[in-house]
Design a protein around this ligand. Structure first.
Ligand SMILES: Nc1ncnc2c1ncn2[C@@H]1O[C@H](COP(=O)(O)OP(=O)(O)OP(=O)(O)O)[C@@H](O)[C@H]1O
Length: 237
């Protein structure tokens, strides 16, 4: 079995008096494809934000590649190999597709040829042909592909894909799935947060389920999805 790349230990987060996450433990192994699911408002994005360093957790913490992440800012976590996509893609609207990838690479201070790496990233998401276009000229699925290129430009070891497929057609979901499978085959560990159940079940080797900020299940997807508490909470049966 491969080594544990990420460990969450008792992660908790409150917003004022509201507890959004409570005592969440999770282990992810190198190269794994994990689906993190749960109903709206169950804490999936809050978990991602705590992990990525967008805001601090109140309790517990994360260990990534054997090192604690507490106190590290988002960009420091990114440099250590942790990447995430945003539910709503946030391209730099005033920059071309190419510059959207090149600029963050240059900012990250990579000494490798950033122009070549930027082009390689666009090729990987099949956007090389649109390198000189502006984000507003892209379709929804192309924006999601650009978001994936941005997130993976620094060759992360772990990618959290937060609802990368919301609102896409069946065929477009397949495009994103194929990209994520390809990234994983190249060695990237992936946590998929998704409401498109077909995609989650096709992709995930394991499922973890959050309900009201607590992890209620974690295991083989078929077993997890047939658990009565998961069916009741998640599928509303
Ligand atoms: N910045 C914030 N301030 C106050 N409450 C917040 C904040 N961010 C999230 N919450 C609350 O925390 C809870 C968990 O939200 P979160 O976005 O993590 O859920 P989610 O599982 O990602 O939902 P969805 O599937 O709809 O994206 C929700 O009740 C939400 O309203």
């Amino acid at each position: 079995m491969s080594e544990i790349v990420l460990r969450a230990d008792g992660v908790g987060k409150r917003f004022g008096g509201f507890t959004a996450l409570s005592g969440v433990n999770l282990e992810v192994r190198a190269g794994e494809r994990l689906g993190l699911i749960g109903p709206n408002g169950s804490g999936k994005s809050t978990f991602t934000n705590c992990l990525a360093g967008a805001f601090p957790s109140h309790d517990g913490g994360f260990t990534f590649k054997g090192q604690k992440l507490a106190g590290l800012k988002s960009h420091e976590r990114a440099r250590r190999g942790l990447a995430r996509t945003f539910q709503l893609p946030r391209p730099f609207r005033g920059l071309s597709v190419f510059e959207n990838i090149r600029v963050p690479l240059a900012y990250a201070g990579r000494h490798e040829a950033t122009e070549e790496r930027a082009m390689e990233c666009l090729e990987a998401v099949e956007l090389a042909g649109k390198a000189q276009r502006m984000p507003k000229e892209l379709t929804q699925v192309e924006l999601r592909r650009l978001e994936l290129a941005r997130a993976t430009a620094l060759k992360p070891e772990l990618l959290i894909a937060d609802e990368a497929m919301a609102g896409l057609s069946h065929a477009e979901v397949d495009q994103i799935l194929a990209l994520l499978f390809r990234l994983n085959a190249g060695g990237t560990t992936i946590i998929m947060i998704e409401h498109v159940m077909r995609a989650v079940t096709e992709f995930s080797q394991r499922l973890a389920v959050l309900v009201a900020g607590k992890k209620v299940a974690d295991g083989d997807p078929r077993t997890v999805l047939s658990m009565p508490e998961v069916e009741e909470a998640y599928l509303g049966r």
